[in-house]
Design a protein around this ligand. Structure first.
Ligand code: G16
Length: 544
């Protein structure tokens, strides 16, 4: 087996976004496109010779082909060992778990998360560092710099590796170990949650649930954990076989795309609990019977009840949320006397806080919750956290949430997305807003007075790195907020996100529909940003 050095030319569009490089499959299938990016990752690293790399993905179209290329390039570039999930499958949190458990140098995860899969849809690749978390900005910037200068890559001329058979084989001087995709992760979950209690709760018939894996990566994990280890009836996990095109669906666990689950939980004879995960298993949606838990509330409720869960029984070090996530968890942190950090959007910004022991739980409005057990957000972990709380409290999801609002007040919350907007128009809208920002403080808009307005900038408290222009915040004197930012994960045009939040301490006023409660703010957001005029859209594509 010989190492080939292949001449190549740079592509100009390999700048990683919020979470790695996401493009159409067809873009990745261009000659040298994937190879250039993988070589740029390796070129940006130091000291990996002879070390271990973890590789796996969410099973979407092009996963297997990409893995074969990566294995041969890792061998040619001098890695000592690669651990790859069986069939090329590793959920994002499981990959993080495997990197940490094996003290690997890093990992490459293949996923475009919740974006649809298939030959005409999306693919993605991201690099995770040795703590198991997404590469921080200084690493992704270095990868991007290398991608602009690359002239050649190295690849081993070799047969494909059999990804379906567990065990070890040799690829040049590198060892390839095909590992069980589920066991390490499921063991970690069993070490954090009271599986005996949850199993009994299910066996006693006190909890009927439905878990929707949306034909994406969590199927095998969910079946192993909920049906096999916790004894839930077979069939509890639906859409549990990972498919290359996710069965034609959009594996995004929200009320719009997880409609199959929503219909069950809002239908006749609905079960007590429902949950869905996304393409790569790091997102979650939690439902009670005829009841939706917003991700921001979910984070706050997990934090408030963490003492009930074995893995988190002693005090939490602190909590962290991304800037656009509602301030519900801030209230919990204040009451429990712990620190609460506000970071830019992107799980990578939690890594330093978790490593430094400053935060134990983290979460984002984008259906992501997690803790210091790995360095990625973790969908099934969030489901198990909820099950553990339900089993201890023996209450319904709805009553737990409503009790929480009584204690802490309710943060009404909604995100309005305008997808695939013309990029130039979206950028102009943001530029206009930026120029308005310095003039807004103190201004009155109907019932709302602007208390502050800025373009969010974050200084990492651990390494001092600064991330600017992370979204425009307009805060009002009654605690309401509007945030505007452009998504960093879309693959077509631009996605404009508007995050709306208001605070309601009065229990008598906590039962409104969020769109109704936020109606005035929604109108105001359009007045300030001229969304309809600038985008040419009458309404958002997705409301969550
Ligand atoms: C990724 C990031 C998250 C982020 C989300 C949305 O999630 O890991 O931190 O909140 O994208 O980002 P944006 O608003 O820029 O589109 P995932 O699940 O897509 O990997």
């Amino acid at each position: 087996m010989s190492i080939k050095t292949v001449s190549t030319q740079p592509f100009t569009d390999q700048k990683p976004g919020t979470s790695g490089l996401r493009k159409r499959v067809k873009v990745f299938q261009q000659p040298n496109y994937l190879e250039n990016f993988v070589q740029s990752i390796f070129n940006s690293l130091e000291g990996y010779q002879g070390q271990t790399l973890v590789v796996g993905g969410d099973g979407r179209y092009y996963n297997r082909q990409a893995i074969q290329i990566i294995l041969k390039m890792a061998a040619a570039n001098g890695f000592g060992r690669v651990l790859v999930g069986q069939g090329g499958i590793l959920s994002t949190p499981a990959a993080s778990c495997v990197i940490r458990k094996n003290k690997a140098f890093g990992g490459i995860i293949l996923s475009a998360s919740h974006n649809p899969g298939g030959p005409d849809n999306d693919f993605g690749i991201k690099y995770n560092i040795s703590n198991g978390g997404p590469a921080p900005e200084k690493v992704t910037e270095a990868i991007y710099s290398h991608s602009k200068e690359i002239t050649s890559y190295q690849i081993l001329a070799a047969e494909d590796v059999n990804l379906d058979k567990l065990g070890t084989s040799q690829l040049g001087s590198m060892q390839v170990e095909v590992i069980d995709s589920v066991t390490d992760y499921a063991d970690l979950m069993a070490s954090l949650f009271d599986f005996d209690l949850i199993r009994k709760f299910i066996a006693d018939g006190k909890l009927r649930m439905c878990i929707d894996s949306m034909h994406a990566v969590t199927g095998p994990y969910a079946i192993a954990i909920f049906e096999e280890r916790l004894g839930a009836p077979i069939g509890t996990v639906q859409n549990g076989t990972p498919l290359e095109d996710f069965g034609g669906g959009h594996p995004d666990p929200n009320l719009v795309y997880a409609h199959e689950l929503v219909e069950i939980l809002y239908g006749e004879g609905a079960p007590d609990f429902g949950a869905a995960s996304d393409g790569d298993g790091d997102r979650n949606m939690i439902l009670g019977r005829k009841f939706f838990v917003t991700p921001s509330d979910s984070l706050a409720i997990l934090a408030a009840n963490a003492k009930l869960v074995p893995g988190y029984g002693s005090a939490l070090a602190g909590v962290a949320r991304s800037m656009p996530t509602s301030q519900a968890v801030d209230k919990v942190a204040a009451k429990l006397g712990m620190d609460c950090y506000e970071t830019p959007t992107g799980w990578k910004f939690f890594g330093n806080l978790l490593d430094a022991g400053k935060a134990t739980l983290c979460g984002e409005e984008s259906f992501g919750t997690g803790s210091n057990h790995v360095r990625e957000k973790d969908g099934l972990w969030a489901v198990l956290f909820w099950l553990n709380i339900l089993a201890v409290k023996q209450q319904s999801v709805e009553s737990i949430v409503k009790e929480h609002w009584q204690t802490y007040g309710r943060n009404y919350y909604s995100r309005h997305d305008y997808e695939e907007v013309d990029a130039e128009k979206a950028n102009t809208l943001m530029t206009n807003l930026r120029s308005l920002v310095p003039t807004l403080t103190g201004k009155q808009f109907g019932q709302y007075q602007v208390a502050y307005a800025d373009d969010f900038s974050y200084t990492d408290p651990i390494d001092g790195s600064v991330s600017q222009k992370q979204g425009i915040r307009i805060g009002f004197s009654d605690g309401s907020r509007i945030v505007f930012r452009l998504s960093g994960t879309g693959t077509q045009g631009a996605t404009l996100r508007i995050y709306l939040e208001s605070y309601e301490p009065d229990v008598a006023k906590q039962n409104l529909d969020p769109q109704q409660a936020l109606a005035n703010l929604i109108t105001l957001s359009d007045d300030i940003a001229q969304i309809r005029q600038m985008t040419g859209r009458e309404k958002p594509t997705v409301i969550t």
